[in-house]
Write a protein that binds this ligand. Structure first.
Ligand SMILES: [Ca+2]
Ligand SMILES: [Ca+2]
Length: 238
């Protein structure tokens, strides 16, 4: 039994040490330009919720985890935006890293720093492109879109935490998130892809108690399978 435990511990250690794959750290992008994401008001599906005069997505040197750059987001909700309004901050045809491919068997992590206002949740949209990959490639715009929401909502509140935080959507642990159909032929509340590749279509934040919202994003990465998935390999050592 001791040998079994030892082998398992080695396996888990190997998983935790495997390097994550960087989607982008924004560090070679042009300051002031859009990169990977369009401005919050770009998508016609939610543009009525965003005050046009406050609509910003821009590479910034004001904040960063990896220096020198991050991506700044800023907007005001319109007077007509409902209390649970969302904004679809899309990657559709965006500059720099359009329609970025992700692997829906691996965790997606990124850093966020909330510097103004409050959001009651930060979900993402995933388009089931079933494209060829690899991670980071332009996966195109085929097929439908699912909403991926963490079971524990991602609350961002500058008044209580304006430090950099890590947000993880762990696709290797389906019990950690819910899937809701958004739009398109494959949108059925089930996240699937024949190739395991899909596209990070958008960030999909939900309005909180504030009007103006400002946050910074950095270091989008995909890790290896989580330890709870790797632990199933214990069977090989018994
Ligand atoms: Ca950076
Ligand atoms: Ca689906």
């Amino acid at each position: 039994m001791k040998n079994v435990l030892f082998a398992g511990a080695l396996l888990l250690a190997g998983v935790s040490l495997a390097p994550a794959q960087t989607l982008t750290n924004f560090d070679t992008a042009t300051e002031g330009a859009e990169f990977m994401f369009r401005a919050p008001g770009f998508s016609g599906s939610t543009s009525a919720n965003v005050e046009a005069a406050t609509d910003v997505a821009a590479v910034s040197t004001a904040q960063s985890v990896s220096a020198p750059n991050s991506l700044r987001m800023f907007w005001d909700w319109t007077a007509a935006a409902p209390a649970d309004a969302r904004v679809r901050i899309t990657t559709n045809g965006a500059a720099g890293l359009p329609n970025p491919t992700i692997d829906i068997t691996k965790p997606l992590t990124f850093k966020v720093k909330m510097t103004q206002g409050h959001l009651s949740d930060l979900a993402i949209l995933v388009r089931e492109t079933a494209s060829a990959g690899p991670i980071g490639a332009n996966g195109g715009t085929a097929n439908g879109i699912e909403i991926i929401s963490k079971v524990t909502p991602v609350v961002l509140d500058a008044a209580t935490n304006s430090d950099w935080q890590t947000v993880t959507f762990d696709f290797s642990n389906p019990s950690s998130y819910t899937v809701t159909a958004f739009a398109g032929s494959t949108a059925d509340g089930v996240l699937s892809s024949a190739t395991n590749f899909a596209v990070l279509e958008a960030l999909y934040p939900r309005r909180g108690t504030s009007n103006a919202v400002e946050f910074f994003l950095d270091d989008f990465e995909q890790g290896t399978a989580s330890p709870q998935t790797a632990a199933s390999a214990w069977e090989f050592y018994e």
